[in-house]
Design a protein around this ligand. Structure first.
Ligand SMILES: Nc1ncnc2c1ncn2[C@@H]1O[C@H](COP(=O)(O)OP(=O)(O)OP(=O)(O)O)[C@@H](O)[C@H]1O
Length: 244
């Protein structure tokens, strides 16, 4: 599933938020987006998901122009956006409902691995914010789309749960091929998970720098944390994010 964004621009009522944005994501690649708060990352996901139409530029998925079209990718918004009248299981099932019969075995397995098996029959308001976020994450994973756009999926989690979810995501990606575009405010998380990191400029947003992560992908990458190479990369990325 190859994504190509060419010369994308978007303006909210006179205010340019994205201007001439250019990047691509290869099939099976994990690309993280880091950038200042309010630079336009979530807006980019609205554009990719077809919720908004860009004023200029093109979004191609496997060579096909998809500007303003919905239904081509799985999207996890920053806010969990669960349906309050559906149980946790039925919320997670949503992703599969549109395309095929529900694969109950897989959904139950995902819920179990995310530590949510016990709350599968509960309703969203009965869960903590972090649990709701994990439900939204699983809902995106459960979809049949190859391309997942995840907007700070682990942002509301406590440190321990966050580490557990990162490891789980890495192990999951060893078993199944997915193409991932991932927004995070954590440089450490971006290094741990990504093949490539795109550093974005403040609004109007464009790609300011692009960094390939020089460590082998997988769970072993965690062991590189704290090495000279890791710290050097972390500092480089921090410097790139400093206002000029
Ligand atoms: N519906 C809207 N109308 C007008 N301006 C908007 C609208 N939605 C967002 N904005 C503005 O556009 C800019 C980009 O917002 P966006 O949420 O895309 O940024 P972000 O990079 O995802 O931020 P964060 O990292 O804080 O989540 C912000 O300045 C925001 O105030």
């Amino acid at each position: 599933m190859k994504l190509e964004v060419k010369g994308l621009s978007f303006t909210y009522e006179q205010r340019p938020v994205i201007q001439g944005l250019h990047f691509s994501v290869q099939d099976g690649e994990f690309v993280s987006l880091i950038g200042p708060s309010g630079s336009g990352k979530s807006t980019l996901f609205y554009l990719l998901g077809g919720l908004y139409r860009p004023q200029a530029g093109e979004i191609h998925l496997n060579g096909r122009l998809i500007n303003g079209e919905r239904g081509h990718l799985a999207y996890m918004p920053q806010q969990p956006s669960l349906m309050p009248w559906r149980t946790i299981f039925d919320n997670v099932r949503l992703a599969q409902e549109l395309t095929r019969r529900t694969d109950r075995v897989r959904l139950n397995q995902l819920l179990k691995e995310a530590g949510l098996a016990e709350v599968a029959r509960r309703y969203p308001h009965e869960l903590s914010g972090g649990m709701q976020q994990r439900v939204a994450f699983i809902r995106a994973l459960a979809s049949d789309h190859d391309l997942l756009c995840l907007d700070e999926p682990f942002g509301a989690l406590d440190a321990l749960t966050r580490t557990r979810m990162q490891k789980w995501l890495l192990s999951l990606l060893e078993q199944e091929r997915r193409t991932i575009l991932f927004i995070t405010h954590s440089i450490e998380e971006a290094i741990l998970l990504s093949d490539r990191i795109l550093v974005l400029s403040p609004s109007p947003m464009k790609v300011a720098q692009e960094v390939a992560v020089p460590f082998a992908r997988g769970q072993e990458r965690d062991e590189r944390r704290g090495t000279k190479e890791w710290i050097r990369l972390q500092r480089e990325l921090e410097a790139m994010l400093l206002p000029t």
